[in-house]
Design a protein around this ligand. Structure first.
Ligand SMILES: [Zn+2]
Length: 645
């Protein structure tokens, strides 16, 4: 039942996209590659796990209760409907990707429950309908009614695109039409304290061609920041209602809300072309990514209100870096990539995908982090704040796991684009691509790579006889790159957007080889990031590495390690049971035990700066951050203090 015409963002006809997504079934990740293996794990473990947990959490029973009111106590958070919708979206993309209907029975049952729960006028929200949340639309500051509706719309569009079953879409359209009607007032449109529906309405417009949905998304974006909400709990920035979107150019407030809204604004730009929206969106991006993003791509520094912090407020141990914020960041960057063609947005996608989002899920695909810290101290217990020391099977607020499932099931959507010049490859993983060249000629690309373990990407092109351009992203972390075609080395010209471009007449079996140098590198942070001043992080290619206690010399705490960036770091095989190919090994120093007092006066020699302490030399081993916490309870840190000289 392959009917995968388009993926999550059908910007193929968007008038202001400079890059266009490919049909969803034209990029295939092989299971041997990093993304193909992840999709396999999602299929074999994560999706089933999400279904089991959503049922056990009472999400379906909440909806049954909406159809037949009873004395049953509502289960979970008031926005629990959205967990089911994300699971249904994951099922849809996976059904289309794999070409079978393994979850068809669950999908049909869930759809029937939703159909029964939907009110005659189209309203659907189990929290409100079961009498818990007051009147419809009256508590949108906190009720998440439109947030849930947005996830329903996305699931419905995905199901129709991937399976051809429009029954969920019928339900979503009835609800969307009701929201449009309710928004047609002198007070302006309904808006939700948790943005999300903006993206969904633009996608519903793309899918149905109904202009009213785009108009409603535009109205909702324009209505932001005009004081609709009181903000009595965390202030208006938390609700993204503190300033109109063209003026809200500092990333602030609840990180997921900020990032979903930004993605919705980018979607509106792709359809309307309002340059002031793109300008504000790119300024907002610079605030978020040049001052408020962890080296892992994670965003959100504060546990209280799950928010962006001040510029350079990036504590590694107290990082919030919610998995959903990582996914929202990935989605926003994709839309900016389509709107501008700038490789920095694809770089940001890669960083957050291979570090934060990948770290959120365990090797067994059934345990998840909600918060993705960059340091786990010995004895840490964060179970009361969604920052446990180990991944959990599920969370009371279960937004993250099904969000991972729906993203991974649709991941091939984000790897390759095309435009009138040719084909652009943004994310690298073993697999194949079938695409039409600008003149309509069929093109087949066979991609052979063990990226991100190796920087070699071989692309065999069967490209017909036409002239077109193959563009390969040169990540900004890479400082040395070689490119060859049929063993002839090409010079790579400076490209403002960050791509190596090969424009030529293509034939059969033409071999393109891109080699991105992947030496281990020590990374320092901006001087204003006080939390990691004097510390270094180790990276190789797109991956951030970390030290876990389990890998170090017994008796040596990772908190006592000091590293010297002048010492070489060796690339070695990763330890067993970690799901990685490459680890990094080097030598560190361990300082002799100091005064154990929390605070102490400096000695005269220390005060004079004349004391140079040399510690004991010990080996250290660093593993990819995204595989940490897969071998039991073990402290971890990304940032390691440098030796003082
Ligand atoms: Zn989440």
């Amino acid at each position: 039942m392959t009917r995968m015409s388009v993926g999550p963002v059908d910007a193929g006809a968007s008038p202001h996209a400079v890059l266009r997504p490919l049909p969803q079934d034209t990029v295939v990740f092989a299971p041997a590659g990093v993304f193909g293996a992840w999709q396999q794990l999602n299929r074999e473990a994560t999706i089933d796990h999400c279904i089991t947990e959503v049922e056990a959490a009472g999400v379906l029973d909440n909806l049954r209760q909406a159809a037949e009111p009873s004395d049953r106590v509502f289960a979970g958070f008031w926005f629990a409907d959205s967990d089911l919708y994300k699971v249904l979206e994951a099922i849809a993309w996976e059904t289309g990707r794999a070409g079978d209907d393994s979850w068809g029975e669950f999908r049909r049952q869930a759809t029937e429950i939703l159909r029964a729960a939907q009110a005659p006028d189209g309203y659907l929200n189990s929290w409100i309908q079961s009498g818990n949340g007051g009147e419809r639309w009256q508590g949108l500051e906190m009720s998440h009614e439109l947030y849930c509706a947005g996830h329903l719309i996305q699931a419905a569009v995905a199901t129709d695109r991937a399976t051809g079953d429009s029954s969920l879409l019928d339900i979503a359209i009835r609800l969307a039409d009701l929201i449009a009607t309710a928004s047609n007032t002198a007070d302006g449109p309904l808006i939700d304290g948790h943005p999300e529906i903006e993206m969904a309405l633009v996608e519903l417009y793309r899918h149905t061609g109904t202009q009213a949905y785009l108009d409603l998304a535009v109205q909702m974006v324009e209505a932001r920041g005009r004081g609709r909400f009181e903000g009595k709990h965390f202030g208006r920035a938390y609700l993204q209602d503190h300033a109109p979107v063209r003026e809200a150019i500092e990333a602030t407030g609840h990180a997921v809300r900020q990032l979903y809204l930004a993605a919705g604004v980018a979607d509106v730009y792709l359809e309307t072309g309002d340059p002031s929206l793109l300008e504000a969106n790119e300024k907002l991006w610079r605030s978020a990514f040049e001052q408020k993003t962890y080296i892992t791509g994670g965003q959100g520094s504060r546990h209280r209100d799950e928010a962006f912090g001040d510029p350079y407020e990036l504590p590694p141990d107290r990082a919030y870096a919610e998995t959903c914020a990582g996914i929202a960041s990935f989605m926003w960057n994709w839309r900016l990539l389509l709107a501008t063609g700038k490789g920095k947005y694809a770089d940001a996608m890669e960083r957050v995908l291979l570090n934060t989002i990948a770290a959120s899920t365990s090797l067994d695909g059934r345990h998840f982090f909600y918060s993705n810290v960059l340091q786990r101290r010995d004895g840490h217990d964060g179970t009361q704040e969604d920052a446990p020391s180990q991944r959990l099977e599920w969370y009371a607020c279960a937004c993250c796991p099904p969000n991972v499932a729906r993203l991974v099931a649709s991941l091939q959507h984000y790897a390759v684009t095309r435009n009138e010049r040719g084909v652009q490859m943004h994310l690298f993983s073993q697999g194949s691509v079938d695409v039409a060249a600008p003149d309509g000629t069929g093109v087949h690309l066979e991609i052979d790579t063990s990226y991100p373990w190796s920087g070699r990407v071989d692309v065999t092109v069967d490209g017909g006889g036409a002239i077109w351009e193959l563009a390969l992203r040169i990540p900004r972390w890479c400082t040395a790159v070689t490119l060859s075609v049929d063993d002839e080395v090409l010079s790579i010209g400076a490209d403002p957007d960050g791509y190596a471009r090969i424009q030529r007449r293509w034939g059969s079996g033409i071999k393109v080889r891109l080699v991105l140098e992947m030496a281990p590198r020590w990374i320092g942070a901006h001087a204003h990031v006080d939390a990691v001043r004097g510390e270094l992080a180790l990276t190789r290619g797109p991956l951030v590495y970390c030290v876990e206690q389990i890998d170090q010399v017994p008796g040596i705490s990772i908190d006592d390690l000091r590293v010297d960036p002048m010492n070489s770091v060796n690339v070695i095989a990763a330890p067993a049971r970690i799901g990685a190919e490459v680890a990094l090994a080097g030598e560190a120093q361990v300082l002799p035990p100091a005064d154990q007092a929390l605070y102490r006066a400096l000695s005269d020699s220390e005060a004079a700066g004349s004391e140079q302490t040399r510690g004991t030399r010990v080996p250290f081993l660093a593993v990819p951050y995204f595989r940490w916490a897969n071998r039991g309870d073990s402290p971890m840190r990304v940032w390691i203090p440098a030796v003082t000289s």
